[in-house]
Design a protein around this ligand. Structure first.
Ligand code: F6P
Length: 467
């Protein structure tokens, strides 16, 4: 079996002597790399003033890491520009926020070309290549243009809209056609798969065969959904340990017996944070019995601060949180506690376990792992309740959550109230059903399932044609 080569925008190179990162792709890929060796390639996370062309290598735990810096210009055009000011809003159905600039679109292509130039000499003939996310859509085509005959798969971590939305992007036809260079294109949910098939059929004019397959020249590209999962038991154990730590205990004491409602994510307009704050305001307005009895902790890790729409969002959230606190605070109670920085994973796990309500209300989200982690973190004897947006991919497999439309502030407030007063037996039943389902799929299974289909090892699938 050849090596696994992973390409992603950010590459979490472990520090020397340290274990790989505890969350995200690193966990999913640990098993996939083991036994076959691997290479993980992508951006170092650094934007330098110098034109940055050098590939830096590191070897950790049997995996080779190869990273390159972006020049400041490339960072502005590729990352802050086209990827996060045009592609990101389009894929999240936010056409009003889509800011297209032809130079930035060109810069995105140039960076993908450069990645292909740098990656190509590092490849061996029997490698399998797995490309991740929207920052890298053209990479497959660029590798093919340089003669790659490898099996190449692409996984799209964020939502995939139908052509009516996708086609708003200038150059949409080129972008969707780029996906035909892959042997397998994976998305998170059935809803995304419907969007992908629709965009593929309409954008390329090609027939998508039943089962999700497009034939173009001598390649067939399979279209499939692979819902990403978490390491459920590990997270449950982490949470159970974390609540005993002095820091989490101190936080518990600071609540003085009040219920806790929690939200935690990157500060991103797709996460529905202003809508959620308005819903919390509506809870205090419409259900006065919760005043001075409930505290809402919102953790919003700063993100993409060079992008204008993220700056606007930050201001809006600060204003809303301030207004709610001004309207409802008592000398001994602040309704909204707002933490504008990322928090360590173990602390988060403890906070989730303490919270009677988990608020996960994005306007659109590929999957949303906070929803899954919140459920995993609960004490099964006395679990909290998940209030979940129906627009999060996680909603497809978590029907026992209280599903809401986050644009409906009063409806979301009513769901919060239902969660806060829900009887113990009902909480246990809902939690047990979701926890059981989470345990059926590990994050390692997700990676294995994708690679099995890509490499023709899934018994339900015939082997993919080699280019
Ligand atoms: O899940 C979507 C995603 O854009 C990933 O590709 C990315 O690593 C993560 O969100 C965080 O975003 P960023 O890398 O732009 O900080």
């Amino acid at each position: 079996m050849g090596r696994l080569v992973v390409v992603s925008n950010r590459v979490p190179v472990p520090k020397r002597g340290e274990a790989p990162a505890a969350g995200g792709l690193a966990v999913a890929l640990k098993d996939a790399f083991s036994g076959r060796g691997g290479l993980w390639f992508g951006w170092s996370g650094t934007a330098s003033e110098e034109p940055a062309d050098l590939v830096r290598h590191a070897r950790r735990g049997g995996v080779d890491y190869a990273v390159i810096d972006l020049s400041r210009r490339a960072y502005d055009g590729f990352y802050a520009g086209y990827a996060n000011s045009a592609l990101w809003p389009m894929f999240h159905f936010r056409l009003g926020l889509l800011s297209y600039d032809r130079d930035q679109a060109e810069c995105y292509r140039i960076v993908n070309r450069r990645y292909a130039d740098k990656l190509m000499p590092l490849l061996r003939p029997d490698d399998t290549i797995w490309v991740h996310d929207y920052q890298m859509i053209p990479l497959g085509a660029e590798l093919r243009a340089r003669g790659s005959k490898h099996r190449i798969g692409y996984f799209h971590h964020i939502p995939f809209p139908p052509w009516a939305v996708f086609s708003a992007m200038p150059g949409a036809e080129d972008l969707i056609r780029d996906l035909l260079s892959y042997d397998l294109v994976g998305v998170q949910t059935n809803r995304d798969l419907t969007g992908l098939i629709d965009s593929m059929a309409q954008g390329t004019g090609m027939k998508v065969r039943p089962g999700g397959e497009v034939r173009f020249r001598d390649r067939r590209t399979r279209l499939r959904s692979f819902p990403i999962a978490i390491a459920t038991q590990e997270f449950a154990d982490l949470a159970a340990e974390s609540v005993k730590t002095p820091k989490v205990q101190r936080f518990q004491e600071s609540l003085a017996g009040r219920s806790l409602v929690i939200g935690a994510e990157r500060l991103d307009y797709t996460k529905g944070l202003p809508e959620r704050l308005r819903a919390f305001g509506a809870l205090l307005e419409g259900f006065p019995e919760h005043r001075n009895r409930v505290t809402y902790l919102q953790i919003a890790a700063r993100s993409r601060e060079d992008v204008e729409s993220y700056k606007d969002l930050k201001r809006e959230i600060e204003t809303l949180a301030g207004r709610i606190n001004g309207d409802y605070s008592e000398a001994d109670w602040t309704p909204v506690r707002y933490v504008g920085r990322a928090q360590p994973r173990d602390l988060l796990a403890g906070y989730y376990r303490m919270a009677q309500v988990g608020l996960v209300t994005p306007l659109r989200d590929g999957m949303n792992l906070v929803a899954k982690e919140y459920v995993a973190a609960q004490d099964p004897e006395d679990p909290g309740v998940l209030v979940l947006s129906r627009f999060a991919g996680a909603a497809e497999s978590m029907p026992e959550a209280l599903l809401v439309n986050p644009l409906d502030a009063v409806g979301t407030a009513e769901a919060m109230n239902t969660a806060l007063v829900m009887p113990l037996q009902e909480r246990r039943e809902r939690h047990a059903a979701m926890f059981r389902r989470l345990g059926e799929n590990s994050v390692q299974d997700w990676a294995k399932d994708f690679l099995n289909v890509l490499e023709g090892k899934d018994p339900a699938e015939a082997p993919p044609a080699r280019a």
